[in-house]
Write a protein that binds this ligand. Structure first.
Ligand code: SF4
Length: 348
């Protein structure tokens, strides 16, 4: 458990992110956590590089609506501070664990007494020097060896409330590392492609890597890393899980790419329908199709759909054509029908 969020076993895969504010700025951090919570984030991590940040943890942990994980490098004293502050978990980095060596027993005892799990967070960019020398670079094998070695340090103190991440910026290495790790231990796994890049590239890398692993049943919680506001990470994470049917889909737009047969502006139509229904309170699959070739078939399969032709749109609801409207009325008609579907389901 990370606070009240189960991680591992048969628990649903959870979505997490990390704040970008100075943790010591309690108000700004809580504001960002509130935004993340509203966007569907289930667990949030905050960086603790200084004493001021450690001092802010009690207020943040107390007021956050979702479990807070303290991210700690170098300073064991902040681990104790995070546990005392009521943080739901602590992340430590094996690249820095040597400094923790004589403290591992103490950390294990404190974490165990408080029921606080620890994430062993291996990252290609801060891999233990010893393993860098042994493998030449941050290979999948090096990441896994590092993680399991650090787990063993905690296991020696009978501490097993652990989850692990082995992040790399190359999805191929990352996938390989998690596969090896899943074969070698039963700990819950936190998936991440580290330093994945700006929003577009990072989204693709994360979707490819998480998709491959989650489809094999590997991965218990995910963090998409983007050089973009953290709310965007959460949106991408949720979309990845919805795409794999690992959580109920919200709004799903089935729209065609358009082609020479299109008889409406499919791009605009799909954008307008997406914008109009993005916060709709019931899950909907909406087909937006440019012509009558595949249009009626897809529209029929969706909760709601339009197949366009001759400047008009055939509107489908649950497989039946309910009306045909001029192109200019397609969006408003789809919204009216969506509202009707929600009312029938008893949702305002
Ligand atoms: Fe082209 Fe029609 Fe298919 Fe859209 S539905 S891609 S317009 S053939």
């Amino acid at each position: 458990m990370v606070g009240d969020v189960p991680v591992g076993g048969d628990a649903p895969v959870s979505v997490q992110s990390m704040t970008t504010t100075l943790t010591a700025d309690v108000n700004a951090t809580l504001q960002q956590i509130a935004e993340l919570t509203a966007s569907g984030c289930q667990i949030v991590r905050v960086a603790v590089p200084s004493q001021d940040d450690a001092d802010a943890l009690p207020a943040i942990a107390r007021k956050s609506q979702i479990p807070v994980i303290a991210d700690i490098h170098f300073q064991p004293k902040y681990v104790f501070a995070a546990i005392d502050a009521g943080c739901a978990a602590v992340r430590v980095n094996p690249g820095n664990i040597k400094k923790f060596d004589d403290k591992v027993g103490e950390i294990a005892r404190a974490a165990k007494d408080a029921g606080v799990p620890i994430r062993i967070g291996v990252n290609a960019g801060s891999l233990d020097k010893r393993l860098l020398e042994k493998y030449g670079k941050a290979t999948a094998e090096a990441l896994v060896e590092s993680a399991l070695w650090e787990c063993s340090l905690f296991e020696e103190h009978d501490f097993r409330d652990i989850k692990i991440s082995v992040k790399h910026n190359d999805p191929v290495v990352m996938i390989n590392a998690y596969r090896q790790l899943a074969a070698r231990c039963d700990y819950p796994l936190h998936l991440g492609v580290t330093e994945a890049g700006p929003a577009f590239q990072g989204t693709i890398k994360s979707a490819v890597a998480f998709g491959a692993l989650l489809a094999e049943g590997i991965g218990d919680t995910i963090r998409v890393s983007l050089s973009a506001p953290p709310v965007e990470e959460v949106k991408v994470g949720i979309q990845i899980l919805e795409s794999l049917n690992l959580r109920e889909r919200g709004l799903e737009i089935v729209s065609c790419p358009s082609c020479g047969r299109a008889q409406v502006d499919v791009y605009s139509l799909a954008d307008e329908v997406t914008a109009a229904l993005k916060d709709f309170p019931v899950p909907l699959r909406v087909a937006v199709m440019g012509c009558v070739v595949n249009g009626p078939g897809e529209a029929r399969e969706a909760d709601l759909g339009v197949a366009s032709g001759n400047g008009k749109g055939q509107i489908f609801v649950k497989g039946e054509v309910v009306k045909t409207v001029p192109e200019s009325q397609i969006v408003e008609t789809l919204i009216e029908e969506a509202v009707r579907i929600a009312e029938e389901m008893g949702v305002d």
